[in-house]
Design a protein around this ligand. Structure first.
Ligand SMILES: [Zn+2]
Length: 338
């Protein structure tokens, strides 16, 4: 059954029924899965999925074991993450109105989903969509997910930063910094990150305070003050007069949304923010290569299981590749010695 779940994600098949049919006519797959002449029926698959939903703790443990092994293999996995949300249109009618100029749709085939907003991608326009959002924290170094959750599309993404960081820490990831886009530029997110000793890397939104220029470094007649390091214990950054003629020549600014511990003017901030793209890449790969989309299940519980299995399949394959690489290295070293 686990092999079937893996095959489903590997071959990017949206349903169990089609996965079973593929295994049926594919001798090599049957051998690989070790199910002889009689692969499980699609009913067995759906029963298995129902059992997995009922025993979420076991599935979480399984994911935890895979991420543990991956942490041992891949250095820096989960040290710095990028957080974002991505649209997952529900397996339901995505038309908002039942007819042209008609009334708004009230009954949906998937009542757990809701209307949310997504941004434009390629030639697709941005706008409203009906479905779910995958909230994820992705490692910026390895490009692998470290924590994720599926929420209804209406839910505000900034609410999931703290739970994602907590979930990642529970799996043993360091999460020293979290990069996110403008949508997360909210004072509460900075406070939640500070509480968790995690550096937020978020660009500034055009709010009233920003229009006034409150986010700019201090100035004096000698010019703009320069950044002189941050004290993480004190949660403040130090700024210095460019010529040092002012009295006092430096000042501490408490960390906040307008003045983060890693100032947005610094090269370090820009480098870290650039790595945020990792999360967008990973969404693309999960959706197109690992059968995260299209959804062919309804209800948030089923959609969550679907996302868990797709990501678990991807992580397991990465782990297997890492192990194969280690085996090859060991073999090559042994051959050299002989
Ligand atoms: Zn000065």
């Amino acid at each position: 059954m686990v092999g079937l779940a893996l095959a489903k994600a590997l071959y990017a098949i949206p349903t169990w029924t089609r996965t079973v049919r593929l295994v049926h006519e594919h001798d090599a797959l049957r051998v690989a899965l070790g199910c002889g002449d009689a692969p499980p029926s699609h009913w067995a698959c759906y029963r298995f999925a129902a059992k997995l939903r009922a025993h979420q703790a076991l599935l979480d443990e399984c994911i935890g074991r895979v991420t543990d092994s991956l942490q041992a293999k891949l250095k820096g996995y989960g040290d710095h993450v990028a957080i974002d949300a991505s649209d997952m249109p529900a397996y339901a009618n995505g038309q908002r109105y039942t007819s042209k100029n008609g009334p708004e749709r009230e009954r949906f085939s998937d009542p757990d989903a809701s209307w949310g907003h997504r941004s434009a991608v390629s030639t697709r326009k941005g706008g409203g969509f009906y479905g779910y959002k995958l909230q994820a924290a992705v490692c910026t170094k390895t490009g692998l997910p470290v924590a994720w959750s599926v929420e209804t599309a209406r839910a505000n993404e900034s609410m999931f930063v703290a739970p994602l960081i907590d979930a990642a820490r529970q799996r043993g990831f360091a999460v020293d910094s979290a990069a996110a886009d403008k949508a997360y530029d909210i004072e509460r997110v900075y406070a939640e990150c500070a509480e968790r000793d995690c550096l937020p890397i978020i660009p500034v939104r055009q709010t009233g305070a920003v229009k006034r220029g409150d986010h700019l470094p201090p100035e004096c007649e000698h010019g703009t003050w320069t950044f002189a390091g941050s004290d993480y214990k004190r949660q403040a950054s130090k700024w210095r007069c460019p010529t040092g003629e002012c009295k006092p020549a430096s000042t501490w600014i408490k960390a906040s949304r307008l003045h983060p511990l890693i100032p947005r003017e610094t090269k370090r901030w820009k480098q870290m923010y650039r790595k945020r793209a990792a999360v967008e890449r990973e969404f693309g790969r999960l959706k197109h290569d690992w059968a995260l989309l299209p959804l062919r299940v309804r209800g948030v519980e089923r959609v969550r299981l679907h996302a868990d299995l797709a990501i678990l399949a991807k992580l397991s394959c990465t782990l297997e590749r890492a192990r194969a690489a280690t085996r090859a290295r060991v073999a090559a070293r042994a051959a050299q010695r002989e």
